[in-house]
Design a protein around this ligand. Structure first.
Ligand code: NDP
Length: 431
């Protein structure tokens, strides 16, 4: 607590994890002997750096850059880069901490990291974005590598930014395609990576629903956000027979009882980079404010925007609206009070570190393709993703059985992930 003082998001992520793992700590004295909890909360390395860049108007701007290399017990550091004005050390540490456990749940050999900058890409020209990315990579390049630390995208970092970052990395270090994932296809990215977090969320949630005698068929679904994760979540929910009646951005949300037109949404967000308020059909309504204030009946809530978007009051509203399932595409979108409320009301809850692991899993498939100088067909990538998400749910479910947790998938996921990481750490001694 002392070391993380004032780092509210980081402390929240640690508390959420540590509040749930008591049964396993009691079972295995080695975790105490090796002081695993204290070892776990201290990042192996935090790199912070200055990012100076000149914009098109000739103004010199200074931003702050970060890379948190949190834990390498399971493999090289892996985790996205976030460009958003709210980025600070607490947010970087919470995201990297979550990433350790999420990555271990995928069953793939990757450790946990995260990075980014308080740079705001909103409304910037392509040239300004490129100049910022070049300056950011001028420092970051010396700390990463295909066997060491492999960043990807996150909020504000999509294929365009990854392309500019990679271009600069190559000028400085030579061509190593495996150093970043989420690359555009023409630059040796993987088919299916862009869709992976959203599709993976729906695969995972579908497994959870089916284990409880339900499915997406004819269900009304609310998805927050309208970025990378949200768009492909909406697409897959519709393929699975659900109707997504609302989605949002940071200003407001659209509601359409007959279902969001995902092709129009993609045109507005992915091609034209406009605000959601520009989405208009004959049946849609736009409102300002949080999507979680919506007062309509629905069955499933899939938060895909950002951390702490659902507090206790919003969780109460979601439940009052009739939702029996909340499954997380965003990282830590629910506060601890919100999660407590889900559990009291027997809401089926898919925690982020299990439910949104499809993105990083497919990034690791991209690394495999780059390392073997090959490209896999889309179908192969999607089948692997589906199998990985099913496997994560099976692991979580089995852990629930072993520890008599019923369908408390939060505790199941935390225990399964914690044991894998802690055991790998113990094998390596004090590191
Ligand atoms: P994008 O930048 O593509 O989209 C983010 C979306 O969330 C936008 O619609 C954005 O609206 C909205 N949003 C961002 N901040 C806020 C806020 N403070 N309040 C309300 N809405 C907000 O990011 P991604 O889709 O990639 O990421 C979304 C979430 O998913 C994040 O939590 C991320 O960590 C997580 N995630 C992403 C993965 C990936 O593969 N991309 C993998 C695993 C998790 P606006 O445009 O107005 O800012």
């Amino acid at each position: 607590e002392e070391r993380g003082a004032h780092q509210t998001e980081f402390l929240q992520a640690v508390r959420e994890m540590f509040n749930t793992i008591e049964p396993v700590i009691e079972k295995k004295p080695d975790y105490i002997k090796w002081n695993i909890l204290e070892q776990l909360v201290e990042p192996e390395r935090i790199i912070t750096f200055k990012v100076p860049w000149m914009d098109q108007a000739g103004k010199i701007n200074i931003n702050k850059g970060y890379r948190v290399q949190f834990n390498s017990a399971k493999g090289p550091y892996k985790g996205g880069l976030r460009f958003h004005p709210s980025v600070n050390e607490s947010i970087m540490k919470f995201l990297a901490f979550e990433q350790i456990f999420k990555n271990s749940l995928t069953g793939l050999p990757i450790g946990g990291g995260k990075g980014g900058s308080d740079f705001n890409p909103k409304g910037k020209s392509d040239i300004d974005i490129m100049r910022f990315c070049q300056s950011f990579m001028t420092e970051l390049h010396r700390h990463i590598g295909p066997q060491l630390d492999i960043p990807a995208g996150d909020i504000g970092v999509g294929a365009r930014e990854i392309g500019y970052l990679y271009g600069q990395y190559k000028r400085l270090n030579g061509s190593e395609t495996g150093v970043l994932t989420g690359k555009p296809i023409s630059m040796n990215g993987s088919l299916g990576r862009k869709e992976a977090t959203g599709y993976g969320l729906v695969y995972y949630t579908d497994e959870m629903l089916r284990a409880n005698g339900k499915s997406f068929q004819n269900q009304k679904v609310v998805v927050s956000g309208s970025g990378n994760v949200a768009i492909y979540t909406i697409k897959k929910v519709q393929e699975y027979g659900g109707t997504v009646i609302a989605c949002s951005d940071s200003n407001g949300y659209i509601y359409d009882e007959s279902g969001i037109d995902v092709t129009l949404l993609q045109e507005i967000k992915e091609i034209k980079h406009l605000r959601l308020s520009q989405y208009q059909t004959q049946t849609s309504h736009y409102s300002e404010g949080s999507i979680w204030n919506l007062n309509k009946r629905y069955d499933i809530a899939l938060p895909c925007a950002t951390q702490n978007e659902i507090d206790k009051d919003k969780a109460q509203k979601i439940i009052t609206n009739g939702a029996y399932c909340v499954s997380e595409g965003a990282n830590m979108p629910s506060t601890i009070d919100a999660i407590t409320l889900y559990q009291k009301n027997k809401v089926l809850y898919g925690p982020a570190k299990a439910a949104n692991a499809g993105g990083v899993a497919t990034s690791t498939l991209e690394m495999a393709q780059n390392a073997s100088h090959s490209h896999w067909p889309r179908e192969q990538v999607e089948n692997e993703l589906k199998a990985i998400m099913k496997n994560i749910f099976d692991t979580v479910n089995k852990t629930c059985e072993t520890y008599n947790l019923g369908n408390n998938y939060l505790v199941g996921a935390n225990i399964a992930a914690f044991t894998q990481v802690a055991d790998a750490m113990i094998y390596q001694g004090i590191v």
